[in-house]
Design a protein around this ligand. Structure first.
Ligand SMILES: Cc1cc2nc3c(=O)[nH]c(=O)nc-3n(C[C@H](O)[C@H](O)[C@H](O)COP(=O)(O)OP(=O)(O)OC[C@H]3O[C@@H](n4cnc5c(N)ncnc54)[C@H](O)[C@@H]3O)c2cc1C
Length: 411
């Protein structure tokens, strides 16, 4: 089954790139997924394949030598990757995010001619590293406090100095920690009275003096993301480290909210994988399993129908969201993103849970992928800034309030 439902509705580029992701995922990533999960090791081998296939540059504009994929194309590819290795798809999203922010999102923002020229010069450096040098970027935003929930300025500070900045701070759950070549760090410009509007997106080389990765990594799921803690101790970076001009991240986050929903395609893929496994299991087509069919029992048929209904509901919102993405979405579109993101994250966990119940005891052995899908699926709805709770929070408020309306009760 195609991750995007009706394949004939896709553009030629979407068909080609989703096909490429399917081949890589099926032939390379899926067979390696159990080992990376067991060892909680970073899938360097998968990144070698992503590099060789050109997918590292999927969202680098064609003018800079990349594949120039748009939002919809990228999320379909991400979902297909997630179908075969959730941890690879999730960490790949951190890499691709740096290209989306600096690429098609930045193109849609308002900049002065000076800012635009500055941005073109700087992003040429970043895109060249990715496309021609095969470098990998990551996106460590989270600090364990309210900033990653969008409710406070970043605690990581960038002090302006002659020719650049000095960055200090701590980032938790930094996927690709110790694996990325460059960390795309969100910080606050260190100046009196700085607010969230003074957020700055800076690229820090992994080997810069003052950068270290600390702590262990032994989580429930998404173990191959290796999301350890990143410490930045007076790290000097040049002006060209700006992935967007000063002040532009705030504008980007406010005007292109779909960007925060790029975490969910991975989980769309995991939901699909849990369904795929269940069908194969009930048909007795899982390699290495005894040829015991279970599909003839009405209770199994009801359960798999329930899974398919949830899967199609999830896919419908996923695709709608993919095609809705644009700068300055109207309020109904904004509300639909929250609903879509919430649904994908929660339904992935629900579908994986149903899959275990439906297939039964032998299906959750560690020799089979389902128990990993179940654990990985649990991680989605706790990812900031749009956890399941925060999606509900925003959606509920937006259902009942129009711009500028306030009540004392929620002050
Ligand atoms: C596998 C995995 C990979 C990850 N990779 C990355 C990565 O590459 N980059 C990255 O930046 N992050 C990443 N994250 C981090 C993720 O987005 C969260 O920041 C992280 O899980 C910590 O969240 P928490 O639930 O412990 O936060 P909490 O401690 O629950 O929340 C942090 C703060 O957010 C606010 N908050 C939380 N919930 C609410 C609420 N309901 N209402 C109001 N405010 C609230 C509070 O101020 C709270 O103190 C990853 C997480 C996982 C699980």
């Amino acid at each position: 089954m195609h991750i995007a439902g009706d394949a004939s509705a896709l553009t030629p580029q979407q068909r080609e790139l989703v096909g490429l992701a399917a081949t890589l995922g099926r032939e390379k990533f899926a067979p390696r997924a159990a080992r990376h999960d067991r060892e909680a090791s970073f899938p360097f081998d998968n990144y070698d394949d992503l590099r060789a296939s050109g997918l590292l540059g999927i969202c680098v504009p064609t003018a800079y030598g990349g594949l120039g994929a748009d939002f919809a194309t990228y999320v379909m590819v991400a979902a297909e990757l997630g179908r075969h290795c959730g941890a690879t798809a999730l960490s790949f999203n951190m890499h691709v995010s740096s290209c989306m922010w600096a690429g098609f999102i930045a193109d849609a923002l308002d900049m002065t001619p000076g800012q635009r020229a500055d941005h073109e010069a700087h992003r040429a450096v970043h895109f060249d590293r990715i496309v021609r040098q095969g470098k990998v970027y990551s996106q460590p935003f989270s600090e364990g406090g309210a900033a990653a929930a969008g409710k406070a300025p970043w605690g990581t500070l960038a002090k302006p100095v002659e020719g650049g900045y000095v960055v200090s701070g701590k980032k938790i759950f930094a996927s690709l920690a110790g694996a990325a070549d460059y960390y795309g760090v969100l910080c606050t410009l260190d100046k009196p009275g700085a607010t969230q509007r003074d957020s700055l997106y800076l690229v820090v080389p992994a080997d810069a003096p003052g950068v270290s990765v600390v702590g262990d990594w032994d989580p429930l799921g998404m173990r191959g993301t290796v999301s350890r803690t990143l410490l930045l101790d007076h790290v000097a970076v040049p002006d060209s480290a700006r992935l967007m001009p000063e002040g532009l991240y705030w504008q980007a986050a406010a005007r292109y909210p779909h960007m925060f929903a790029t975490l969910s395609p991975t989980y769309m893929g995991i939901a699909q994988a849990a369904y795929d496994f269940t069908v194969a299991y009930l048909r007795a087509e899982v390699p290495g399993m005894p040829p015991v069919k279970r599909r003839m029992y009405p209770t199994k048929q009801v359960a798999v129908a329930e899974m398919r209904i949830k899967l199609e509901q999830t896919r419908a919102l996923f695709l709608q969201n993919a095609r809705d993405a644009k700068v300055d979405p109207d309020k109904p579109t904004r509300m639909r993103i929250y609903a879509a993101h919430y649904t994908i994250m929660e339904n992935a966990a629900a579908i994986a849970s149903l899959a275990i119940r439906t297939c039964g005891g032998q299906s959750m052995l560690k020799s089979l992928p389902l128990e990993r899908l179940y654990r990985d699926s649990r991680c989605g709805s706790l990812m900031l800034p749009w956890t399941a709770e925060l999606c509900v929070d925003r959606l509920g408020r937006e259902c009942l309030y129009e711009a500028g309306e306030r009540d004392e009760a929620i002050e």
